[in-house]
Structure formats: structure tokens, C-alpha cells
Design a protein around this ligand. Structure first.
Ligand code: ZN
Ligand code: ZN
Length: 256
């Protein structure tokens, strides 16, 4: 398995250690044809890119794009902010980004106070080993599904990392809407059983590093172990072995 493009990398504009230019150079060394620079979205407290920084960030990413043969895309790792599926981007933001990732993070500005349970509730249960209730799983699943239905999301990042959704239902929705499920090489997120159920839905996958430093750009080690263990068919992964994904967000923007 050879990674073609890494669609999930951070820089110092969120909680990464390096610049877009440094990420591009590392991507070239790793033999990638493209990377996306995907900072945490606007509602991430402490670690998100600020809206007012977007212009300077865009300039840096465009400069990085010219630096090497690697295509450097502008992206965002948006937060899912509530059960309604509200995300960080409004349609006015869309022109600034090539790739639209979304995931659940904990320390964010939630849509409503009651939505805090999506992130904090999962963190609490993971930390203290408490079993999630059915109603909790239902709420988190609705948050993911509403996000996918209401926003042209290309990739759901690290599904079920520190939270508990019904992975099968989320994967079905991804398959229906043309949203990719990420297999992260940074951290385990789905259990093998959950991932096997996702495979059965026909959903398509991308492998991403979620690199926060240049040494991890293009890293696939953990993802490869998971893929081998679960038996994910390699032809269902669209950013390896010379293939590039068909992203929904770019298609959506053509019709705006
Ligand atoms: Zn994340
Ligand atoms: Zn990330």
C-alpha cells in the first residue's frame, strides 16, 4: 500500500509544529502527490485557526503549493458543534477551502449548552470506562448524520475517537452522500468490529496521517495494521496506489 495523498495535516495555525511549506517539503520526501493543510476549525477553543487569520494562512498555503511538485490544498477540520450537525463553516467560507473535513472534538464552542455532552460525555465515559447509554449513542449518531446531510463534507475524521456513535449508521450515511470515512494512522478510533461493519456498507475510505509535525506526514503504519487485521479491501481506499478521491465539496461548489 502506497499513499498517494495525505488529506489531514496541521500547522502552527492550529496545534501543529511546522509550517505549510515544511509540510510540503516533507510530503515531497514521502513521495506524495498532494497534501491538504487542515487546521482545526473556528469553534475549536485554544487550538482552532481564527477566522481573522484565514487570509494570512491562505497566502502561506498558496506559497507552499508553489514550492515543490506536491499539490498543497487548503482544507479545514471542522468541528461538529451539536446534534443538529452544525459545523464551523458557513457558505461564505467555502471559497477559501479545497477540502472539507469534519469531526468531533471536545474543547469547542458547542451550538447549545446541551450539545456539550457529544464531546465531553464521550470523553468522560472513555476516561472512566463507563458504558454509553443508548440515548447518548443515538444523539452522537444524529450529530454525525445531520452534519453529513447538511454540509458537503468530504471526510469524517477519526470516527468515534473519544465519542460513541453507531458507526454502522454513520458509515451508511457516508456511503449515501459520498463522504469518505478516514482511517487515521495517528490514533485508533473505531474498534475492529465497528470498522468491519462499516466496510459492509460499501462506504469508501481515505487513509490520513493527521500529522501535527513533519516527521509524520504520509505516515500509514497504524492504518496499515488496522486494514490488514480487519481485511479492508484496498480497492475501497481512494488515496492509495496512485488513486485520488472524488470529493463531494468540490462538486458542490461547482453548482453554488
Ligand atoms: Zn481531529
Ligand atoms: Zn486533525
Amino acid at each position: 500500500m502506497k499513499l498517494t495523498a495525505d488529506y489531514h495535516t496541521h500547522t502552527t495555525y492550529s496545534d501543529g509544529k511546522n509550517s505549510a511549506a515544511e509540510n510540503a517539503v516533507a510530503a515531497e520526501k514521502a513521495g506524495l502527490s498532494a497534501i491538504a493543510i487542515t487546521e482545526h476549525g473556528y469553534s475549536h477553543i485554544f487550538r482552532g485557526i481564527a477566522r481573522k487569520e484565514t487570509e494570512a494562512w491562505l497566502r502561506e498555503v498558496h506559497e507552499a503549493d508553489k514550492l515543490t511538485r506536491v499539490q498543497v490544498l487548503t482544507g479545514i477540520e471542522s468541528n461538529i458543534r451539536g446534534i443538529s450537525g452544525l459545523c464551523d463553516l458557513t457558505e461564505r467560507d467555502y471559497e477559501n477551502f479545497d477540502v472539507y473535513l469534519a469531526g468531533i472534538h471536545i474543547v469547542i464552542r458547542y451550538e447549545h449548552a446541551r450539545d456539550r455532552k457529544i464531546g465531553w460525555g464521550g470523553w468522560f465515559r472513555r476516561t472512566f470506562g463507563a458504558k454509553p447509554s443508548d440515548s447518548y449513542v443515538k444523539d452522537v449518531t444524529r450529530a454525525y448524520i445531520n452534519a453529513i446531510k447538511n454540509n458537503p463534507i468530504d471526510i469524517i475524521t477519526h470516527l468515534n475517537y473519544q465519542t460513541f456513535a453507531d458507526a454502522l449508521e454513520v458509515a451508511k450515511c457516508c456511503a449515501d452522500y459520498g463522504t469518505y470515512l478516514e482511517i487515521s494512522s495517528k490514533k485508533p478510533h473505531l474498534t475492529d468490529e465497528e470498522l468491519a461493519k462499516c466496510v459492509d456498507t460499501g462506504v469508501r475510505f481515505v487513509v490520513n496521517s493527521d500529522a501535527h509535525s513533519v516527521d509524520r506526514i504520509g505516515d500509514t503504519k497504524l492504518a496499515e495494521e488496522i486494514i490488514a487485521r480487519v481485511g479492508v479491501p484496498l480497492d475501497r481506499i481512494d488515496n492509495i496506489d496512485g488513486r485520488l478521491p472524488n470529493f463531494r465539496f468540490a462538486e458542490f461548489k461547482k453548482h453554488m
